[in-house]
Design a protein around this ligand. Structure first.
Ligand code: HEC
Length: 112
């Protein structure tokens, strides 16, 4: 189990490194991609889709501003906004990590 986790983390670090040049190239503001924000955002992609472009019932977060995503995540974390899934997920991050994730997805928004 621990070995699998290490392998997964190594794979995440590898794919983040491999993805970074492409992501940087397509980012609106190329100098602001934080690799840690990118790695943290990967866990969101499993439900919200690549770069937050979900295709199913889960709301897309692509196009949402940094401040919208940050305040939604903080509200899920504190319980001010209830969601069975997001409340649990948000509690796993520090406020600083939530900021990095929000900044990562916020790059795709016109409203900063
Ligand atoms: C297990 C699936 C799952 C994962 C993983 C997940 N989400 Fe969600 N997310 C949801 C669902 C389902 C909703 C709708 C919840 C609701 O409104 O009750 C949602 C809602 C949201 C919303 C509110 C969208 C809106 O339109 O107001 C935001 C913001 C959000 N998620 C951000 C994130 C971020 C950032 C991550 C990664 C740290 C993440 N989510 C990971 C399933 C997921």
């Amino acid at each position: 189990m621990a070995a699998n986790l290490r392998l997964w983390l190594a794979a995440c670090a590898f794919s983040a490194a491999a993805l970074l040049p492409g992501s940087v190239a397509s980012a609106a503001n190329t100098s602001e991609v934080n690799p840690r924000g990118l790695v943290l955002s990967l866990s969101c992609s499993s439900c919200h889709g690549t770069d937050g472009k979900s295709v199913g019932l889960i709301p897309p977060i692509n196009g949402r501003s940094t401040s919208y995503i940050e305040s939604a995540m903080l509200a899920f974390k504190s319980g001010a906004r209830y969601s069975t899934v997001m409340s649990r997920h948000a509690k796993g991050y520090t406020d600083a990590e939530i900021r990095l994730i929000a900044e990562y997805f916020g790059r795709f928004s016109r409203n900063k």
